[in-house]
Design a protein around this ligand. Structure first.
Ligand code: PLP
Length: 360
């Protein structure tokens, strides 16, 4: 058996060359005569490894000097809480743009901490689209504006950065970070669970502008304070060393591909291949509004849902795995993150067309 094209939404496919290097270094890493998993995070080898990962990340995303990069744990879901706990007070309120299930979860946690105003929501349209800038009802006194750059479940993506004036912009970029360039200077804080487009599960990335660190109430538990992690270079406690190591290899891989600009080109082409095919047939339908379509998570439904399981079984037999849509929306979802080669998308389109012909 060989490896399938893996369309999982997360934990998702990693670049094969990275996995090969991980395998080759599994028992003895960097002359340590031990696995990277078995050495101290306080040792020079790992300190160097984490520092290099941060350097490469900064280079890839053009992170300005006045931003800290953190390697944390707890997933994007803990950031739903850490963001308001650090940046919002009980008397203040924050604006939330609601474009899917993850935005809703972020709102739920923020409400435990302080006020929340919904700047826009597309729930009434089953989250099939992204609100336009003109639709955003922004409070100039908001503590921050929070939004989800890519809606992993609903298959929509912001193709613009909301203009929020001088209010800090906070983004959950779990499923599209590193898929293309991003002007970090437009944000107050960016976070992402690593398991979609970067590394194995267990690592959470946070990029936060220095001035926001002053807002944290001193009563907050130590582990929840961004400032503590900044001061300790993400080593206040034991970081997820194995995941940081792999993230570092993925950064190297991204740089070798020509950086995020080059990767974006490939991602646009991969997504176009699939959407262009979907647009040629009524046999399949893609619910996301065209201009808001995600380049990372392509959601589609078979016109006849009774064929769903046959489609999935057939795809698996043809070497394509994990195409089942999220349980909240059903249908299919092809997650085509950075690590998905173009050949995987070509194989999927060929299979879909062959399946359609068989059932037309
Ligand atoms: C997967 C996902 C999350 C949740 O991430 P965890 O790391 O599992 O907490 C949050 N936001 C978005 C956009 C996601 O895709």
């Amino acid at each position: 058996m060989s490896r399938a094209f893996n369309f999982s939404a997360g934990p998702a496919a990693l670049p094969e060359s990275v996995l090969v290097q991980v395998r080759d270094e599994l028992l003895e890493w960097k002359g340590e005569r031990a696995s990277v998993m078995e050495v101290s995070h306080r040792g020079q080898a790992f300190i160097d490894c984490a520092a290099e990962a941060e350097r490469d990340l900064r280079e890839l995303m053009g992170v300005p000097e006045d931003y800290a990069v953190l390697f944390l744990q707890g997933g994007a879901s803990l950031q739903f809480s850490m963001v308001p706990m650090n940046l919002l007070s009980a008397q203040a309120s924050a604006d939330y743009i609601v474009t899917g299930a993850w935005s809703q979860k972020a709102v739920k946690e923020a409400k435990r901490v302080g006020g929340v105003k919904i700047a826009a929501s597309t729930e009434g349209e089953n989250f099939a689209r992204i609100p336009r800038q003109e639709e955003l009802k922004l409070d100039p006194n908001a503590a921050y504006v929070h939004y989800t750059t890519n809606n992993t479940i609903f298959g929509t993506e912001f193709h613009y950065i909301p203009d929020v004036g001088s209010v800090p912009l906070v983004a959950d970029t779990s499923s599209d970070m590193f898929s293309g360039p991003m002007d970090v200077s437009k944000f107050g804080l960016i976070y992402a669970g690593a398991q979609k487009n970067l590394a194995p599960a267990g690592l959470t990335l946070v990029i936060v502008r220095d001035d926001l660190l002053k807002r944290t109430p001193s009563s907050l538990p130590t582990m929840l304070q961004y400032g503590v992690h900044v001061e300790n270079k993400s080593m206040y406690n034991t970081p997820p060393t194995y995941a940081v190591y792999i993230a570092g290899l993925v950064f190297e891989w991204l740089l070798a591909q020509g950086g995020v600009k080059a990767i974006e080109k490939k991602n646009i082409a991969k997504a176009a291949l699939l959407y262009d095919y979907l647009d040629t047939t009524e046999f399949y339908r893609a619910p996301a509004r065209k201009i808001d379509r995600s380049r990372m998570n392509v959601r589609f439904h078979l016109h006849d849902e009774s064929l769903d399981s046959e489609f999935l079984v057939g795809a698996k037999a043809a070497g394509m795995d994990q195409l089942k849509g999220h349980r909240a929306v059903g249908g299919m979802r092809a997650s085509i993150y950075n690590a998905m080669p173009r050949e995987g998308v070509e194989a999927l389109v060929a299979f879909m067309e062959e399946f359609r012909r068989r059932h037309a």
